[in-house]
Design a protein around this ligand. Structure first.
Ligand code: SF4
Ligand code: SF4
Length: 388
């Protein structure tokens, strides 16, 4: 009874952040929420967060970071919860975890001083950066007198030589890989789960690639603006992810062609790089357009409103990359090629520049959290309560 009274007092204190006992950080709020859930356990089958929760009695900031990135923000536990607002407990698991997710990226960022960029990496910055870089390239071509006019064989290397493109993009992409790699390493080392078996690796890869935990726990999907379940978010995420991966594969195959076989771009429309790029671009366009629409419609209680600009900025850059790439492919034999190429490269450059400190991080951290969970669940519970 005393424990219940304490929970009620803490829950009521949330309405007044100055009140004694009110959680002072996002991690402390996750600890409060998880302690209530640990007593209730109604949502135990919804996703991996709840079984991971039952292996703990207390929740350190490292636990909060782990659980936050395990959550796929499907919203099912908010709509199922009898303690959700307007109940006095004001329990909102998806929102509490979403807030900590944002803090995870900052807390583990490499280098640490740049972690603050996650807060200002929003829609305005994304659009301004893309426009600024595109304008810079447009002006460079205009000053060269090559901004408008058909290019023989649609050979865009006549405008921007291959080595120049590599010099522009390789360092930016390399830095993104390094920064995210070292960031997620810090996240891993915060609470290392032990070595990964092949089974754990396989399960984590399967769960990540199928977005298993966007099924709401009942297989009917997750929530957008109300308590109706839909697979729309899962499908939109899949189209975006696989579209992005196909575009990446197109670039990788083209790089292989160039360096391993000496086959220099541009490639024919039926070549492998072109086919991968076009299919990937179409999927990416459809997926990001759907994600934008769904993001704008989401119920504000299901996430952290402060992160909406970062989400939308990333979606906008992915959409811009896909659309400008497709238009460039369609009109590559027209005099508009140089202008379209400059705009496309500007958008891609903005996407690359914002990768390490933007929404892209969520895929990397979630993948690491899924692997942590796949390892942890195969180990005996430290609690030894017989519940595993
Ligand atoms: S979210 Fe609510 S219903 Fe679900 S386990 Fe927690 S307290 Fe129980
Ligand atoms: S929002 Fe969905 S994924 Fe996140 S904890 Fe709740 S049920 Fe699990």
């Amino acid at each position: 009874m005393q424990a219940l009274e304490r929970l009620v007092q803490e829950a009521a204190a949330l309405a007044d952040p100055q009140a004694p006992g009110a959680p002072k950080t996002a991690e402390a709020e996750v600890a409060r929420v998880m302690q209530v859930c640990n007593a209730c356990r109604y949502c135990e089958g919804f996703c991996a967060v709840f079984p991971a929760m039952t292996r703990r009695l207390t929740f350190s900031p490292a636990d909060a970071h782990f659980l936050a990135n395990l959550c796929h923000n499907c919203g099912a536990c908010l709509h199922a919860c009898q303690y959700a607002p307007p109940h006095d407990f004001r329990l909102n698991v998806p929102q509490a975890l979403a807030r900590v997710r944002g803090r995870t990226y900052q807390a583990h960022a490499w280098p640490r001083t740049l972690g603050a960029l996650y807060e200002c990496n929003g829609l305005t910055v994304a659009l301004a950066l893309a426009a600024g870089l595109a304008l810079f390239l447009v002006l460079a071509l205009a000053m060269n007198g090559t901004l408008w006019g058909a290019v023989p064989g649609a050979d865009f290397y006549r405008l921007f030589p291959h080595n120049l493109m590599v010099a522009l993009f390789a360092p930016v992409f390399g830095f993104a890989v390094l920064a995210l790699g070292l960031g997620v390493r810090r996240f891993w080392q915060e609470a290392p789960p032990g070595p990964a078996s092949a089974a754990a690796l396989g399960e984590a890869a399967h769960d990540a690639l199928t977005l298993r935990y966007l099924d709401g726990g009942h297989g009917e999907g997750c929530h957008v603006e109300d308590d109706a379940a839909t697979h729309a978010r899962r499908h939109a995420h899949h189209a975006t992810f696989y579209g992005f991966m196909l575009c990446f594969a197109a670039t990788s195959v083209a790089t292989l062609y160039h360096y391993a076989f000496g086959w220099v771009a541009p490639y024919g429309f039926t070549s492998l790089p072109k086919l991968l790029g076009v299919v990937g671009g179409v999927l990416l366009t459809i997926g990001t357009a759907a994600l934008w629409r769904l993001r704008r419609r989401r119920h504000p209680l299901q996430g952290d409103a402060a992160q909406a600009p970062m989400d939308l900025g990333f979606i906008a850059l992915l959409f811009g990359t896909a659309v400008t790439g497709l238009v460039l492919t369609a009109l590559r034999t027209t005099p508009a090629l140089p202008l379209l190429l400059a705009v496309h490269l500007g958008v891609v450059m903005a996407l690359f520049a914002t990768l390490p400190y933007g929404k892209f991080a969520h895929g990397v951290y979630r993948g690491a959290a899924l692997l942590k969970w796949a390892i942890e669940k195969r180990r005996p519970s430290n609690l030894a309560l017989g519940g595993d």
